[in-house]
Design a protein around this ligand. Structure first.
Ligand SMILES: [Zn+2]
Length: 268
């Protein structure tokens, strides 16, 4: 029996951090955009502590995904930091120590987990999406946030998933009437920033057709230009059979702990 557990400590433009457990032992952290104090506080919701974390995977190094105050603590605790090779230089400038850096290009391997990594468009250096494959039970979990667009490479890789965590950043109408400066709207909506709810939904629909999704976790909702009610309506109208699988994450609150178990003899 595989033991997948996943929670989002918080997600949005003011901080992102998630935790994944795929064995009886340690947790893997994805992004660390909050202060250490706030992270520990939120981890307590599910009785997790920093000693339980072995590795940190970074999607990219924007301040809402990596808070540099973590550098010393990561080194002291011996937590390995996995980041795309194109992000290494920026990581070192931010204060990460060489000795704990584990650069990757296309994959990361843990004892019971193979992680496919995808470099995706986002601002200058791009971001990284992950597909976590549990080696024994073939459970597959796709994770992608801060996408400028959804490339074919992502849709090709995000197949046969059991769990999906995916960005759903903004409602286009709310974005256009937000009063934000034009350059900022262009950065967000121009294909190199974030995904609208509709772009996200279309990708989720496509992925769902080629998967057996048990959980859909929606990430990085804009506080100013989105609302959970809009997303719920979209899913109700367009993907009703998966409506009950959807978890909408919050900037200020930890999500529930999603558990997933699959027998090794499953079809995947
Ligand atoms: Zn972000």
């Amino acid at each position: 029996m595989s033991n997948f557990a996943f929670c989002v400590l918080g997600s949005g433009s003011r901080g992102n951090c998630s935790l994944l457990k795929t064995s009886e032992t340690k947790w893997i952290m994805i992004d660390s955009g909050f202060s250490m104090r706030q992270t520990k506080e939120r981890m307590r919701t599910h009785n997790i502590c920093m000693d339980d974390v072995s590795d940190l995977l970074l999607t990219h190094l924007d301040r809402d995904h990596f808070n540099p105050v973590w550098c010393r603590s990561l080194l002291n605790r011996g937590i390995y930091v996995h980041l795309h090779e194109s992000h290494v230089e920026r990581g070192i400038r931010a204060g990460l120590d060489h000795s704990i850096l584990k650069p990757f290009t296309t994959s990361i391997d843990f004892e019971s987990l193979h992680v496919e990594t995808l470099h995706l468009a986002h601002d200058a250096l791009g971001t990284v999406g992950f597909v976590f494959n549990h080696l024994e039970c073939k459970t597959r979990f796709g994770f992608a946030t801060d996408l400028g667009r959804v490339p074919k490479t992502l849709l090709d890789a995000f197949k046969s998933l059991d769990i999906l965590a995916f960005e759903s950043n903004y409602d286009p109408m709310m974005q256009r009437t937000s009063g934000r400066p034009g350059f900022l709207q262009d950065r967000i909506m121009g294909g190199g920033g974030h995904l609208s709810n509709e772009e996200s939904l279309n990708a989720v629909k496509h992925i769902a057709e080629n998967s057996n999704l048990q959980h859909i976790v929606l990430l990085h909702l804009s506080k100013q230009c989105n609302s959970p009610a809009i997303i719920r309506d979209l899913y109700h109208d367009n993907l009703a059979h998966l409506y009950n699988c959807v978890t909408i994450t919050d900037q200020d609150r930890c999500s529930r702990l999603l558990r997933f178990e699959k027998q090794p003899t499953s079809l995947f």
